[in-house]
Design a protein around this ligand. Structure first.
Ligand code: FCB
Length: 437
């Protein structure tokens, strides 16, 4: 048994996550093109140029997929709605087929006793908005508010919870500073603008949803433990900067109403006009905080302009992503976030899991071990007083792993991307047994 349900507090919510572009099949149902389609169509951005136009065809197979979630014994299902499916041009007219789809999807969850945990933006920006500068554009919060009103006006009465933006760090830094995700920019000014506009958009969406009478609203951030490569002050400083723009930037804004000094000192000249006045919006009160956690990074100083650091290989066992398995990091973040920022607000582990080169019929003992270790770390944090209210497996299905295409398999259920056949993995069955206990 990888874990026992009875070891977790009463009412603890176990769920599995997916996201719209990674599974739905964006070629179906009148969805507009997204910046992931154009990013993937440009050589060198995505492995084999793979995109999400068909993906897992969840758009047509969602009943079967939700049966799998129910049969696993999950309490909830974390999904996202696609902006480009709901509003193909990003603004203006809604796509009735898209709204109908999410309406059916939410009802299908409820029919299976799965609590719908919604996310409004898991990265598929409509191309019409990308043409206008995407997250760099100061009008994004208004457009995002309109989109929020449109989709939550339809399904907001039935969702269990909602977070506006999945992983602001990935949307901001990974996509505008490192260029690894759409729109593939490598520009400090674009990054500063995007990171700030994401937070303002988050706040506006929370306001809109409160106005619709919705509750149980939160934020989902991702975290990586920054381990200095050695004992030198230079390594400590490099790791501190990494921790700053990765782990402290967004929480600082959401809970302290300010950006961490060591980071904003550098970014200030690149911030959008009047950014200091936006914290009331950004700090719209939340009901919970979500943490996505996968790994740590070993950080070393490097030559070159700020942030003047680099990642180096560490000694721990790795997943198919090349990510070290480091469950202590999850324990660290659950206790640190509670102590430093959220102070008693319920915390959810909103994503955790590992990729493996899974083949049907072969055991995936590594995944089960990964899950067991991270759930043990979660339990340790709970024992020390962290108010953790739920844990979400990433992912229900093998899916489109962004720039790495379909090769990296995070699913508890194997998907054959030729036939689209779903086959639960050994970890799925073991977790189902643990949840049934
Ligand atoms: C997270 C993303 C999710 C998936 C996992 C592996 O950063 O939220 O879509 O890519 O990583």
């Amino acid at each position: 048994m990888p874990f026992k349900r009875s070891e977790f507090p009463e009412g603890f919510v176990f769920s599995a996550a997916t996201s719209a572009y990674q599974i739905e099949g964006h070629g179906f149902g009148g969805a507009g093109l997204t910046h992931w389609d154009t990013f993937a169509a440009t050589p060198g951005n995505v492995v084999r140029g793979e995109h999400g136009q068909r993906a897992c065809d969840h758009y047509h197979r969602y009943e079967e997929d939700l049966d799998l979630a129910r049969d696993m014994g999950l309490d909830a299902y974390r999904f996202s709605t696609s902006w480009a499916r709901v509003m193909p041009e990003g603004r203006g007219a809604a796509n009735p087929e898209g709204l109908d789809f999410y309406d059916r999807l939410v009802d299908a969850m409820l029919a299976r006793d799965l609590k719908p945990q919604a996310t409004l933006y898991h990265w598929e920006l409509p191309v019409a908005l990308a043409d206008l500068g995407g997250w760099r554009n100061p009008d994004m919060p208004n457009w995002f508010a309109d989109y929020t009103e449109t989709i939550m006006g339809r399904i907001g009465d039935r969702v269990f919870s909602c977070a506006p933006v999945n992983e602001p760090w990935c949307v901001g830094w990974l996509s505008h500073f490192m260029g690894h995700h759409a729109p593939g920019l490598r520009d400090i000014r674009a990054t500063a603008h995007a990171m700030h506009h994401i937070l303002v958009s988050h706040g506006r969406a929370i306001e809109v949803m409160r106005g619709l009478g919705m509750g149980n609203l939160g934020a989902v951030c991702n975290f990586e433990f920054a381990q200095p490569v050695d004992d030198s002050p230079a390594a400590a400083q490099a790791a501190r900067i990494y921790d700053g723009y990765y782990n402290r930037f967004f929480l600082g804004a959401l809970y302290h109403g300010s950006y961490p000094e060591d980071i904003i000192d550098v970014l200030a000249p690149h911030m959008p006009h009047g950014w200091q006045d936006d914290f009331t919006t950004i700090q719209a009160p939340l009901d919970w905080q979500g943490l996505n956690y996968y790994t740590r990074k070993i950080i070393a100083p490097a030559d070159g302009p700020w942030p003047a650091l680099k990642e180096v290989d560490g000694p721990l066992p790795r997943t198919q992503m090349g990510w070290e398995v480091y469950p202590d990091g999850l324990h660290h973040f659950l206790t640190w976030v509670d102590r430093t920022y959220t102070k008693g607000l319920p915390l959810y582990v909103t994503e955790n899991g590992m990729a493996n080169a899974d083949v049907v019929g072969r055991d995936d003992a590594e995944r089960l071990d990964y899950v067991a270790q991270h759930l043990a770390a979660t339990r340790r944090a709970i024992d020390e007083g962290a108010p953790v209210a739920g844990y979400t497996f990433w992912s229900l299905l093998d899916n489109y792993e962004w720039a790495l295409g379909y090769e990296k398999r995070f699913g508890l259920v194997h998907v054959d991307f030729d036939t689209l056949e779903r086959t639960p993995k050994a970890s799925y069955h073991a977790i189902a047994r643990a949840l049934a206990e």
